[in-house]
Write a protein that binds this ligand. Structure first.
Ligand code: PXP
Length: 249
């Protein structure tokens, strides 16, 4: 298997850190440009209804600054659809959203809401966006996603990753098998297959090896790892400036 997977880098949590202090930094747009230069194939950003991380202005700035495609994650609301139609991002990933959740905890229930989701995504598709539905590894949801006219399904890998990191290998392997089967089914129905949520260095390989997979979207772990890898040079630069100020350097 030699075909290369696309990597979408989710920069939401750069904005989470920025917003914790109400400052202009760290800037998610700067992070997105670094991610592009480092080989990301696209940038993913989720404009949540409560604007807890990415802001409307961030989306405007990303649309102006990026040279790679923006994958705009959003809930299936009228407000978000109007924003998407205004900005015309390359890709749109529709996700479920609950205010009280810490992150996107489950997939969309496309099977229960087929007519509404079909009507919701039609104008986005007509605009030319690649529309993806974020769903669990469930054959009912895959089949419904094909029926409503989505181009892509993104399969939620959270349960697989949690089982691995919580030390439940049997559960992890069962989740992985479900994801593999769901990916095969989706491909057989003509859907492009993506996956994401909770992926880390330890969990990415079995997901990346699934033949039907085309793209992974990864954020939280990468931003955390970037802090660990970037802290030493950031401290060294602060030390240097302090020493210059004292005439030591
Ligand atoms: N894909 C989707 C649809 C998501 O909602 C998220 C989280 O915002 C991700 C991928 C990335 O997940 P993580 O930040 O855990 O890597």
């Amino acid at each position: 298997m030699t075909d290369r997977l696309r990597l979408g880098v989710n920069i939401d949590h750069v904005a989470t850190v920025r917003n914790a202090r109400g400052t202009a930094f760290p800037d998610p747009v700067r992070a997105a440009l670094i991610a592009e230069a480092a080989g990301a194939d696209g940038i993913t950003a989720h404009l949540r209804e409560d604007r807890r991380h990415i802001s409307d202005r961030d989306i405007e700035r990303l649309m102006e600054a990026l040279t790679k495609p923006l994958n705009f994650e959003m809930a299936a609301t009228e407000e978000m659809r109007a924003i998407a139609l205004r900005h015309r991002p390359h890709a749109i990933c529709v996700v479920p959203e609950r205010r009280e959740e810490r992150t996107t905890e489950g997939g969309l229930d496309v099977a229960r809401d087929e007519d509404r989701i079909a009507a919701f995504i039609a104008p986005l598709r007509d605009m030319g966006a690649r529309v993806s539905l974020f769903i669990g590894a469930d054959p009912r949801q895959i089949e419904a996603s094909a029926r409503v006219g989505a181009a892509v399904v993104e399969i939620h890998t959270g349960a697989y990753c949690d089982a691995h990191h919580d030390g439940h290998p049997d559960e992890r392997d069962a989740e992985l098998a479900r994801i593999r089967e769901a990916a095969d089914l989706a491909r057989s129905l003509g859907l492009e297959v993506h996956a994401g949520h909770g992926l880390t260095y330890e969990t990415v390989e079995p997901i990346a090896a699934i033949p039907a997979m085309r793209e992974l979207n990864i954020g939280h772990f990468l931003i955390g790892e970037a802090i660990m890898l970037g802290l030493a040079p950031a401290i060294a630069e602060m030390r240097r400036r302090m020493d210059v100020a004292r005439g030591i350097a």
